[in-house]
Design a protein around this ligand. Structure first.
Ligand code: PLP
Length: 396
């Protein structure tokens, strides 16, 4: 075997993703795409806002010399300043363009921040259920993930459990709100409590513990629930985010990281992050899309379509007897599996052409994830299948 043993093992660990993908393709061929209810992938169902197309046309119609050349590794000043202005408004504090690095999505930003911070063997706390890639990203940079459970009833932060997990070797904690896969939003009081805990632990261990706030769903929040700005709750915090969901541009790979202006050694952190963006081979975020998003900081997709789907799905599933925490944001539901073995349950769901992801993949067995960022008509068409599935597992 020629590839690295470690990568082989990573492929095996995430093989259920591939398995789901292959099974989906097979089912589509067998039954026709319109009869397959695929809830596996978090790919936005909505198109980017009209303002995106308008700006794109403007840029294409008026090409400027040098607009496709290399630039500063941190990105265009114009874009960094536009992001900083948006974050200053959101946080109520002064964020400078120099505290922003444009990145290849939130995934790119997470890798840049982890590479910037981690010494070999340092620990990063992740909260279960968690975004599948966190463990791989941490491992990319020589760190070790410490998995901490959230509250099993609410999926909210459990400060006591986090406290027990922090050691002198803890370098960072990743928080993701609105959360993938649960859709919960952490309130400001809990984030502030986390900040106080970290301050205490930093004093105890004479260390610095960073909060990496992964927020690609920050503008997908429903019922007027506020997504608090981490900068107001935790001193040593970094926002990593993207326009993959709020402008429906995941294929364009545009995001950013922004450091809290009050972070200890913020200038050194930024220098490190700019260097890491370069040496990870990203070099800089895509030029054309940087120019575009600098004009679109106050624009986002119409979230009412997602909210409607959440309401529909939540109402129908709970009526069938599924137990699920009502999501406040994002576009996922994370119900309890009616069978103790979540993998068995999703295999059973396939009998009804429903494709789901097992909770096991998010570090929380006994649950399953539904991505509802698909056409409402597909959700509606799937309801009879859900009814049969619920009956087969004895719900209702
Ligand atoms: N973080 C979370 C929680 C996500 O759900 C995703 C994508 O689904 C990402 C990060 C990465 O997003 P991107 O790299 O497209 O910005």
């Amino acid at each position: 075997m020629t590839i690295a043993t470690k990568i082989q093992s990573c492929i095996e660990q995430s093989s259920w993703i591939r398995k789901m993908f292959e099974q989906g393709a097979q089912l589509r061929e067998q039954f026709g795409a319109e009869n397959i209810f695929d809830f596996t992938i978090g790919n936005p169902s909505v198109e980017p806002p009209q303002a995106f197309h308008d700006e794109l046309k403007k840029i294409a119609a008026d090409p400027q010399p040098g607009m496709h050349r290399y630039m500063s590794n941190a990105g265009y000043d114009e874009t960094r300043n536009a992001v900083a202005e948006f974050l200053s408004e959101r946080s109520g504090s002064q964020v400078a363009g120099s505290q922003v690095v444009m990145t290849c999505g939130a995934g790119g930003a997470l890798n840049v921040v982890l590479k910037t911070l981690l010494n070999p063997g340092e620990k990063v706390i992740i909260l279960a259920p968690f975004f599948v890639e966190y463990k791989f990203y941490i491992d990319n940079h020589g760190g070790v993930a410490t998995v901490v459970e959230t509250n099993p009833e609410t999926f909210q932060l459990d400060i006591g459990t986090i406290e027990q997990a922090i050691t002198a070797n803890t370098k960072a904690i990743i928080v993701n709100s609105p959360n993938n896969p649960t859709g919960v939003i952490y309130p400001a009081e809990d984030l502030t409590a986390l900040g106080l805990l970290l301050k205490r632990k930093q004093d105890e261990f004479n260390s610095t513990i960073y909060v990496i706030s992964d927020e690609p769903y920050a503008r997908l929040a429903y019922d007027n629930v506020e997504v608090p700005c981490i900068f107001n709750c935790i001193q040593n915090s970094v926002i990593v985010t993207s326009h993959s969901k709020d402008l429906a541009l995941p294929g364009e790979r545009i995001g950013y990281l922004a450091a809290n202006p009050t972070m200890a050694d913020v200038d050194l952190f930024m220098e490190g992050a700019i260097f890491c963006n370069r040496v990870l081979g990203f070099v800089n975020a895509p030029a054309l899309i940087q120019r575009l998003v600098s004009k679109l900081q106050h624009v986002s997709v119409d979230i009412s379509a997602y909210e409607e789907k959440r309401d529909l799905f939540y109402r129908e599933l709970t009526a069938l007897g599924f137990e699920v925490v009502k999501p406040q944001g994002g576009f996922y539901l994370f119900p309890k599996s009616p069978l103790a073995d979540d993998v068995k349950f999703i295999e059973l769901a396939q009998k009804y052409n429903i494709l789901l992801v097992p909770g096991k993949g998010f570090g929380t067995p006994g649950y399953f994830r539904i991505a509802y960022c698909i056409d409402k008509a597909i959700i509606e068409r799937s309801l009879p299948a859900w009814k049969k599935l619920a009956a087969e597992v004895g719900l209702g």
